[in-house]
Design a protein around this ligand. Structure first.
Ligand SMILES: [Zn+2]
Length: 482
């Protein structure tokens, strides 16, 4: 498997992650490695791979001068070899998702005390560290407070804000980011060179796109091309297939015709309709995960695509998304018996696109109606409309230009995800010199309170509401349906 063969084994082989690798390499060179690290970032961004390289670099048996010069593992000594083969006694990898209890951490605490069996350092990689139970987290904290000189902890997580603040503050934090398509192509280029094969950059671009952006998928596809199992010409259709962003932009905007044209194009290029149906459902699932706030944890796509998908997930209500999933699932079920292969998907497209129009126009009717009733009812109505889960797309597109919208407009260029967080709150209320912002979910509240996000928010608030206005984030109380 190329994926295994070409898993990065040195800092220099990591794709992107410039700051991460430079800092770690310098620490290795200067022998100033920390006792606890927090590697935070989405799935598939190289957190555990980097942790293993670090484990090798600090236990490598090559000469001191070599280490001080390069800060890299040699890859040849028995420590390096054993770590690469996953049988090094002093590298302990714990999956916190399945060993999350107090007993697991207790036994870890006992073993940590013991000196390393073969190496200089005992390295503990705790993957999915946010999954530890509160008791286990507290036990881990005790170890981190007084780590033995020979122990090094790397906590890897997709959700750093779910870790205890006291644990986070004990760790040196590194942020891992999604790679853009161009970097995936770079990585594929290196492999092609090592395999002594010839594939043009354009073709590698098609492979990266066809893989939907994940490194692992891209390498698997490349392998199929190299072994003759897949042909680039056939991938062209597939790369369009992976490029479903425009398709969903159209559906969300209620436009059926461009989406129908795409289905026809793909069909005439020989793309099987069940492959297309599958890709559509995968894409919808990713949108659902992003909307539920677990995209960082579960969705593996390149940076550009993730940004686009986040935007789409915001623009669509949960209900609408569910409706789309139901309609396309039904279409997928009909595919095997369809007389005209593309028909079930076409029907779903038309239904989804027109149901969008219906939802919007009914809501608009409601809003105009409500303006004629008593004032207190109007307030209720506008409160319901401000819930992002029920807000129709048309309103998202042109909101009234008040201070709240200006705030979002001010935040957007600074940071997209903070803007997304604000969209998932009810509009801020200004009480004296305090702007009260109310998220609907505790998760969003935590995100808004992260220092980095808070800084962005504070500076935008000062800009829009004036200096001296303070921000207070409060969870929005659940209202009863009545
Ligand atoms: Zn070595």
């Amino acid at each position: 498997m190329l994926y295994r063969t070409y898993r990065p084994q040195k800092f220099s082989e990591l794709v992107g992650l410039e700051t991460v690798k430079q800092t770690l390499q310098n620490q290795v060179k200067e022998d100033k490695v920390a006792h606890a690290y927090l590697f935070a970032g989405p799935r598939g961004t190289g957190k555990t791979t980097t942790a293993r390289i670090l484990a090798k670099a600090i236990n490598c048996q090559a000469s001191e001068t070599r280490r001080q010069r390069s800060g890299e593992p040699c890859g040849k000594c028995s420590a390096c070899k054993q770590i690469e083969e996953g049988r090094y006694l002093d590298l302990i990898e714990i999956d916190a998702a399945s060993n999350r209890g107090i007993d697991d951490i207790r036994s870890l605490r006992e073993k940590v005390r013991l000196a390393p069996s073969v190496g200089k350092y005992k390295v503990y990689i705790i993957d999915e560290a946010h999954m530890l139970t509160p008791d286990a987290s507290n036990a881990l904290l005790k170890t981190l407070e007084e780590p033995p000189a020979h122990a090094i902890f790397v906590l890897a997580t997709t959700e750093p804000y779910r870790l205890l603040e006291t644990i986070r503050s004990r760790c040196q934090r590194f942020t891992f980011e999604r790679a853009p398509v161009a970097m995936i192509v770079e990585k594929l280029k290196e492999i092609v060179k090592k395999e002594k094969a010839k594939i043009s950059d354009d073709d590698l671009g098609q492979i990266a796109k066809a893989a939907g952006g994940g490194f692992r998928d891209a390498e698997t596809l490349l392998e199929q091309v190299l072994t003759g199992g897949a042909k680039i010409e056939n991938l062209v259709g597939f790369s369009k297939l992976a490029d479903l962003g425009g398709f969903f932009d159209n559906l969300i905007a209620g436009q059926a015709s461009p989406a129908l044209i795409l289905i026809n194009d793909l069909s005439s290029q020989g793309v099987a309709m069940d492959d297309l149906g599958e890709k559509i459902l995968e894409y919808l699932r990713d949108l659902l995960l992003i909307k539920a706030g677990v995209g960082d944890e579960l969705v593996e796509v390149p940076a550009e695509q993730y940004q686009m998908m986040s935007r789409q997930a915001q623009a669509i209500s949960e209900q609408k998304l569910e409706d789309m999933i139901n309609k396309f699932t039904q279409a997928y079920d009909y595919l095997s018996q369809a007389v005209i292969p593309s028909l079930p998907l076409e029907v779903a497209v038309v239904e989804v696109a027109s149901s969008e129009l219906r939802v919007v126009s009914e809501e608009q009717k409601e809003i105009t109606k409500s303006q004629k009733v008593e004032p207190n009812q109007t307030i209720e109505r506008s409160e319901i409309a401000s819930d992002p889960r029920s807000r129709p797309i048309s309103q998202l597109a042109n909101q009234p230009t008040d201070q709240w919208s200006s705030l979002m407009a001010a935040v957007k260029p600074l940071n997209h995800s903070v803007e997304a967080l604000l969209r998932s709150c009810s509009p801020g209320e200004l009480k004296g010199k305090v702007l009260i912002i109310k998220p609907f979910y505790p998760f969003h509240k935590e995100r808004l309170e992260e220092p980095r996000n808070r800084k962005i928010l504070d500076s935008a608030v000062a800009q829009v509401y004036g200096k001296g206005v303070k921000v207070k984030v409060e969870l929005k109380e659940k209202e009863n349906g009545s």
